[in-house]
Design a protein around this ligand. Structure first.
Ligand code: AOF
Ligand code: ZN
Length: 380
């Protein structure tokens, strides 16, 4: 590659990174749509400057490119469009112009796209259309990062289920709770704030009924100004044991609660929960009598979820690990020890997965407040 080519490639990565960060603002708000970021630059004597920025809007429309073109601060014709996913080629139900057409109409001369959209209506079609129309098209810039940002969307399109990010918090000696399930304040305030931010960036938060019965959690986003970003609360509750007096049920009018049970759970319990405003769904039971997690996730995929954040507990983590359903795992470890036997946070199957570098990669590690965080991501 020439020096000029190298310089251009570095600029492309820098603008794509900005587009990815800008798009990620939509995480947890765009429904079944990916959170696409779009940036248009214009060359000037002092180098390229940004003239438009957009991202997929809440609910999924307008799309990122449409949002960027509509908000441009100066002429976009002749510029370069950076987009974190191949532009769409289809007309929306409401008749909105496809982003590939908006791109052609905008007069940009070059398109830099992070990756192809696996949506069968698109999958390479828009990139080909743009090339045929004479635009310079570069595909694959920061594709790895884009796959990470769009992981939930990509999983739903290709496998029918949402992605799962699982967070385990443990004491320095490895416990998630006290003996008999007593609640422990494991993480510090900074780590707790970070967890609330993660809730806001997902479509749903998922917990096993064991943790609900032990802790009676609220599972909302309690960061200043972000209460409206509380995601749907999904409870895995094979036998419909969720108490009507729980905080979850009491707040169902503000933030939805979906309960997934097996087909044999009592109908009277379902009727009572439904009367209280809870949505009850049923899936088959596996050989162990527990609900079939794979089926539950496929069901949540059909209900439009793409990103699920799960905070427990250890039993659910272990079952998800055995079923091969953990896409991202975050382990936070406090500097404080429990000092006596309690509920073990990371069980054998999960521990084995995380220790296998062929299956999971340690993508990031560091401290949030005094808690140590390790972020593992499933390879492939
Ligand atoms: C883009 N830019 O910002 C997004 C795209 O339900 P619809 O009509 O909005 O279409 C959903 C599909 O549109 C979705 O599956 C994906 O292929 C694409 N999303 N495309 O050009 C965007 N969010
Ligand atoms: Zn579009």
């Amino acid at each position: 590659m020439t020096d000029l080519g190298r310089q251009q490639a570095a600029l492309d990565r820098a603008f794509m990174r900005q587009a990815l960060n800008f798009g990620a603002r939509g995480q947890g708000t765009t429904g079944t749509n990916p959170c696409v970021g779009a940036i248009v630059t214009q060359d000037t004597a002092d180098g390229p400057v940004i003239v438009a920025r957009g991202h997929t809007q809440p609910g999924g429309r307008p799309h990122g490119e449409a949002n960027a073109f509509a908000r441009a601060v100066s002429e976009v014709a002749g510029g370069t469009l950076y987009v974190t996913l191949e532009p769409c080629a289809h007309r929306s139900i409401r008749g909105a112009t496809p982003c590939v057409e908006l791109t052609l109409l905008s007069g940009v001369r070059r398109v830099v796209s992070a990756m192809e959209d696996p949506n069968p209506h698109i999958s390479g079609l828009s990139h080909a259309l743009l090339r045929t129309a004479g635009l310079a098209v570069t595909v694959g810039v920061l594709e790895g990062e884009a796959r990470h940002t769009h992981r939930g969307y990509l999983m739903r399109v290709t496998q029918g289920r949402p992605m799962i990010t699982f967070k385990v918090a443990r004491t320095a000696d490895g416990y998630a709770g006290g003996a008999g399930g007593t609640r422990l304040a494991v993480s510090g305030p900074e780590a707790n704030g970070w967890v609330h931010l993660q809730r806001a960036r997902h479509d749903a938060i998922m917990l096993g009924i064991g943790s609900v019965l032990a802790d009676d959690p609220l599972l909302t986003v309690r960061l200043p100004g972000m209460a409206a970003r509380s995601p749907i609360r999904v409870i895995l509750d094979s036998h419909l044991r969720l108490p009507l007096a729980s905080q979850l049920v009491k707040t169902v009018a503000q933030v939805p609660v979906w309960v997934i049970a097996t087909e044999s759970a009592p109908v009277e319990r379902e009727a009572a929960l439904v009367a209280a405003g809870v949505e009850v769904m049923r899936v088959s039971a596996g050989a162990d009598g527990h609900l079939d997690l794979g089926e539950a996730l496929q069901l949540l995929g059909t209900r439009g979820l793409t990103r699920i954040f799960s905070e427990g507990g250890p039993t659910v983590a272990e079952r998800l690990a055995v079923a091969g359903l953990l896409d991202e795992v975050i382990v936070s470890t406090s500097p404080n020890a429990l000092g006596q036997p309690g509920i073990v946070a990371v069980r054998p199957a999960l521990a084995a997965l995380l220790a296998d570098p062929d299956l999971y990669t340690l993508a990031e590690a560091g401290f949030i407040g005094h808690d140590r965080f390790e972020h593992f991501t499933r390879t492939g």
